[in-house]
Write a protein of this length. Structure first.
Lengths: 227, 227
DNA sequence: TAATCCGATATTGTCGACAAAATGGATGAG
DNA sequence: CTCATCCATTTTGTCGACAATATCGGATTA
């Protein structure tokens, strides 16, 4: 899995990874209060490391902290997600444009093969979108890596951007957008192969816009149903 | 000042603000080792809060931490700054485009007045670029605020983006770009007033590219001189 | 009955001490 | 003379206890 590497580093780091995973997967509900003593005992450590972990998670915007009042899991409302996707569109669009000039032929070939595997998985198991989901993130992350921009990799990569995973997890159930998405991914790879950065950026932006539209509709339905 | 609000919150928060300020202003040199005990004593607190502060700073990328080996002030090399400005171009360009449709007439007027003040300051004190520098950040941040995108405000605003301030501080001495920069700022405000988002984005991107070019040249000279 | 005040309880903030790991230097072998 | 090894010292990581603050419930009063 992309997220966990629990057997390394300090206790605080492990706790941060465990917590991030729990939050992203929804094991810890949005807005839930995070009790330091309780969590410390659950993970078998003192409160010191756990507090550091919370500070870390605060940095990646997975929890919000109020002084003297504790930490809560972040709540992803519609506006927040809209903002997130707008930022993502700008950032990944840029990554795509630069990647078109920076990636090696070999890397682009690998990317294409990754999509082959996705396709095979989709055909085999229609319902199980979970694997595809992580794979999709792989696809996007590979392109970000292709931009050779370390700051971008930090922002969108393993560390900073768990919010996206969280959103994905929440919206994974009825996301039957895998078909069109794969098609769009293929178009993007084609543009990269042609070294056409402008086109690649445009396709990526549309792709992300489409994803947001689909998610937005879904949230609208949820909110409607929740009344 | 925009950075400091030291008389509030927990000790860890105060330490984080103090440290951030010290790093941004260069009081703590790039790459310098940060000794926990020493800093804790200097700020008059235990090591616990200070460690939390370091975790916080790590989150905003002002320090890099290696487990069991301590924290060091980040080093801004040429590549890192290039990456930073590329990201900034994408993000602030987007902010500018959205701001053109979201800002109120009142806000745009205020922005224009802000530039009047800058101009007055420049005319009065040719050498003292410092005030302009902070004011320039104000200008950019006001536009980001105009985008109404909270995530963007977090990323580019008070918290996440101190790296930029740090870079500014380092390059403030021989930055006689204030004249052209003001001109470009005026153009951007004009585009905003016309509600022309596309133009505003283009102008902002050029403005940031120009800033980077100027900084890049300067770094090149520095590196040359350092041999 | 509703609002407010107040105290008991739970939770966060902070400190000091100990354990574990890394750093640096001296010593010895090749 | 160079390199590896080992040990002393420093520095980081962790824990438990205490202080400060917030939270919650009940009692009191208008």
């Amino acid at each position: 899995m992309l997220i966990d590497t629990p057997k390394q580093g300090t206790l605080a780091d492990k706790a941060a990874q465990h917590l991030a995973h729990s939050i992203v997967t929804g094991e810890l509900a949005q807005g839930q209060k995070l009790n330091e003593a309780e969590l410390a005992e659950r993970y078998g450590m003192g409160r010191g490391p756990l507090r550091e972990a919370l500070r870390h998670l605060e940095g990646m915007r997975l929890v919000t902290r109020i002084p003297n009042a504790g930490a809560r899991v972040v709540v992803l409302d519609r506006k927040t997600l809209a903002d997130l996707y707008a930022v993502r569109e700008a950032l990944e669009g840029m990554a795509c444009r630069i990647a078109a000039t920076q990636m090696s032929d070999e890397e682009i070939t690998q990317l294409s093969k990754l999509l082959d595997r996705h396709e095979a998985q989709i055909k085999k198991q229609g319902g199980k979108v979970y694997a595809q989901k992580e794979g999709d993130l792989d696809f996007h992350y590979q392109i970000v890596r292709g931009s050779r921009n370390q700051m971008l990799m930090n922002m969108l990569g393993s560390e900073q951007y768990q919010l996206l995973r969280m959103c994905r997890h929440r919206t994974s159930r009825n996301a039957q957008r895998t078909g069109p998405a794969l098609q769009q991914h293929r178009q993007i790879v084609a543009a990269l192969a042609l070294r056409d950065g402008e086109l690649a950026e445009m396709l990526m932006r549309r792709h992300i816009q489409g994803a947001w539209q689909s998610i937005d509709e879904m949230i609208a339905k949820e909110e409607e149903a929740a009344e």
